[in-house]
Design a protein around this ligand. Structure first.
Ligand code: R5P
Length: 230
């Protein structure tokens, strides 16, 4: 069922893509449905250029005949369409469940608008049930982990950090970094946490996307609803 909802949200977002758009293309299972829907429109004659947010998305989009470039070649984008692991009423997001948060955030920040596509299970009152991915440099991992623990304790949050993939075979991002997943349950001050995390030298990025999403298409049993930030 969730796959069907993801597909419905993705197909709705594909309808918003117009001729000549410079498009950021997200990563994940919902974004893959968007790539498929977009490819159908491209096959029907729509002319767009995309910037993929991961190697995975690059491979799929290339395979399906979508014209791609890089953010260096095309540094300003009209629209990014991407999935999310969670979104709150302000359309603040947790992203990075698939490990693509860094490129996703760079691409979203270079876009005039960002549409989130999701099934209804991603909608929450407060972010944090989904573990927050924090992308870190492998060098000095333990020192960085301790610095993050200090920030979490200062903010009254649980300090449970899990190295994605485990110590013997850590997950490595497209940028060559590791991910620490922070099990926070409920983040009361999203902006304070974001500010403190980026100030830690070994932290490359975190999965909190604040003031980036301009609209969400959310699919459920009642169809696809449009959510705007409050
Ligand atoms: O790194 C992955 C991305 O942030 C995804 O957009 C996010 O994890 C949602 O993925 P899915 O659509 O597979 O739930």
């Amino acid at each position: 069922m969730s796959d069907q909802f993801k597909q419905e949200a993705a197909e709705r977002a594909a309808e918003d893509v117009t001729e000549g758009m410079r498009l950021g293309i997200g990563t994940g299972s919902t974004a893959e449905f968007f790539v498929q829907a977009l490819a159908k429109r491209v096959a029907g004659g729509l002319n767009i250029v995309g910037v993929p947010t991961s190697e995975r998305t690059r491979d799929l989009a290339t395979e399906l005949g979508i014209k791609l470039t890089t953010l260096d070649e095309m540094p300003q984008l009209d629209l990014t369409v991407d999935g999310a692991d969670e979104f709150d009423p302000e359309l603040a997001l947790i992203k990075g469940g698939g490990g693509a948060l860094l490129r996703e955030k760079i691409v979203a920040a270079a876009s005039e608008r960002m549409i989130v596509i999701a099934d209804g299970s991603k909608e929450v009152d407060a972010l944090g049930r989904f573990p927050l991915p924090i992308e870190v440099v492998p060098f000095g991992l333990e020192a960085t982990r301790r610095a993050i623990v200090t920030v979490l304790s200062d903010l009254g949050l649980p300090d449970v950090l899990v190295l994605r993939g485990g110590a013997s075979q850590p997950f490595v991002t497209d940028g060559g970094h590791f991910i620490l997943d922070a099990h926070l349950e409920k983040i009361s001050d999203v902006k304070a946490l974001a500010t403190r995390l980026v100030a830690i030298p070994g932290v490359v990025e975190h999965g909190l996307f604040i003031d980036l999403a301009t609209k969400a298409y959310v699919a459920g049993t009642d169809g696809v609803k449009t959510v705007l930030p409050i």
